[in-house]
Write a protein that binds this ligand. Structure first.
Ligand code: DGJ
Length: 546
């Protein structure tokens, strides 16, 4: 078959039209960055769209002594990116004295393993607390004040309202980014940086210190009023019962946005903030989650306050399908690429791989993926060993060779993705003039309604895995990557033809952006729909009518 690269030309045009000097003589496009067009997103790495098939190490794996337990897991997973912390306490143990030994060793080892890095700047907020800040910060309440609750209680979380805290954090972050540019600007081992970790405060909606109270009594900043297109006035006057939370979100976002902006002045890598989540559907009292973090109800506030952040990323620990999918939808926006930097590492989370990458997501990284012996059940797996990695590894291994191609296609073409629902129900996806139905209750051969052939329930019913992602290449042509699912196609307008057949179903891969057919599926492999087994496969499907 000939080339199927209708997308190649537009990408080249897009990249060359945005070539530009970016200080110090280096073309902007050489550094990673996000691009958006027609609501579709791509993370550009080395000049082309890239997908993060990632893994996040455990929280305390950010030392050379732990790295030996990290790489075997990353390799076993077939990940292309490791997300790993850099703690403020290890970077600047004494004020003004910086130690880059760990960062340099991490870079050296990552390059040796041919793995990209996303660095997690654990500083003023780590799951809201300042525990990763150096002692000279986290123990000095006078200089770096903590949040004071409504009842006068002092909380662990630092307040975002104090200049000394902001200045100390951003000075250290600048040092990190300056160093990274010097030692990695030409290699781009590090492709992105997370600024803080799950910021906000638990158990109070905001800071109620005298400083905070004075600010809260004042007017909503013009920048926020303008961004929201609303009326001006006091926080309470404009936002009513949301005023406390929105006030805190604005100030936390401004703080993180300024840290990110300073860092980007040194080295303009893409930056993002991650969120501990709020219920995606039902109303929830901000006292019961990390108030002020980038929860879905304050995304507009973050976008206005922190333009240096390219992405707000939801940390996904919801196991049930409906809740997880609702969370994804909240963060998958024209102004926000879907980037999953944390997802539970238990087997049932692996199916969401299909949902994320099928819906133009740019990264998928299970959390706690190393062999340091720690497992974060009930958020993730009970035990992290080679066997526990398998549900993710099988997907990453099959998808890695085509991930760049999928990234390019999903930036240019409509795509869809579904993960197996908890009740095994059939899913129907509308694709142009076709529909695809995805079922998780079928054997590979035959039909469940055949009463003349004694049958048992399909083993797929009990499997935790399964899903499908589909890209439209042309009116009747689709790419399908799936696992443990049966996919059937029909015309949306069933009266438009006598019947529907596969013209051709090719299993294959891409080489240098060109489709290469490995074999043609036909007969039992297609007569009952496309039956994907536990071995994920990529198919190029041409549909026809008779
Ligand atoms: C979310 C945080 O962002 C991670 O750093 C980690 O604490 C996990 N929760 C759970 O272990």
């Amino acid at each position: 078959m000939g080339s199927i690269r209708p997308w190649a030309v537009p990408i080249v045009l897009l990249l060359s039209s945005s070539l530009g000097a970016c200080g110090r003589g280096r073309p902007d496009t050489e550094w990673p960055r996000f691009v958006e067009r027609n609501g579709r997103h791509a993370l550009i790495v080395d000049g082309a769209p890239f997908l993060i098939l990632g893994a996040q190490a455990n929280n305390s794996s950010n030392y050379p002594s732990a790295l030996d337990d990290v790489w075997p897991a990353i390799e076993r997973l077939h990940a292309n990116t490791l997300e790993i912390p850099v703690a403020w306490e290890q970077l600047e143990p004494a004020e003004g004295q910086f130690d880059f030994a760990y960062v340099d060793e991490l870079l050296r080892q990552a390059r040796a393993h041919d793995i990209r890095l996303v660095l997690l700047w654990f500083a003023t907020w780590k799951n809201t607390a300042p525990h990763y800040a150096p002692s000279w910060v986290k123990l000095d309440n006078a200089r770096f004040p903590r949040i004071i609750g409504k009842d006068g209680r002092i909380h662990d979380a630092l307040s975002p309202l104090f200049q000394e805290t902001l200045d100390a954090d951003r000075r250290a972050f600048r040092e990190l980014m300056r160093h990274l540019r010097a030692v990695d600007g030409d290699r781009r081992t590090v492709i992105m940086v997370q600024v803080e970790n799950e910021p906000g405060v638990y158990g109070s909606v905001r800071d109620y210190s005298p400083t905070a109270e004075a600010l809260f009594a004042g007017a909503v900043p013009d920048a926020l009023t303008a961004a929201l297109g609303g009326r001006s006035g006091t926080w309470t006057g404009v936002f009513g019962e949301d005023a406390d939370e929105f006030f805190h979100a604005w100030h936390v976002a401004r703080f993180i946005g300024q840290v990110a902006a300073d860092g980007r002045e040194e080295y303009p890598l893409p930056m993002y903030a991650n969120a501990a989540l709020r219920d995606p559907v039902r109303d929830q009292d901000p006292m019961s989650y990390a108030s002020g973090g980038p929860t879905w109800n304050v995304i507009e506030i973050y976008k206005a306050a922190a333009p240096a952040l390219a992405v707000l990323a939801p940390d996904m620990y919801a196991r049930d399908h409906a809740t997880a999918v609702a969370h994804f939808a909240r963060y998958n926006r024209k102004d926000n690429p879907l980037l999953i930097v944390e997802i539970g590492n238990d087997a049932e989370f692996a199916r969401f791989f299909f949902h994320v990458f099928g819906n133009n997501g740019v990264g998928f990284s299970p959390f706690g993926m190393d062999f340091t012996g720690y497992a974060n059940f009930p958020l993730g797996a009970r035990e992290v060993n080679p066997q526990a990695l398998e549900p993710f590894a099988v997907l990453f291994e099959a998808f890695a060779p085509v991930a760049r191609d999928w990234a390019r296609i999903s930036f240019e073409h409509p795509t869809w993705g579904v993960a197996k629902p908890d009740d095994n129900a059939m899913q129907t996806v509308a694709l142009g003039r076709w529909t695809a139905t995805v079922r998780y209750d079928q054997w590979e051969f035959g039909r469940s309604e055949w009463t003349w052939l004694p049958q048992e329930p399909s083993p797929l019913l009990d499997r935790e895995s399964g899903g499908a992602m589909i890209a439209e290449l042309g009116e009747d042509e689709y790419l399908v990557f799936a696992q443990n699912a049966r996919i059937e196609f029909a015309l949306q307008d069933s009266a438009a033809a006598n019947g529907v057949i596969f013209d051709r179903v090719e299993e294959g891969h891409f080489t240098a952006g060109e489709w290469v057919m490995d074999r043609v599926w036909n007969g039992d492999q297609t007569d009952y729909g496309l039956n994907f087994t536990a071995r994920p496969r990529l198919l190029r499907v041409t549909l026809a009518t008779y």
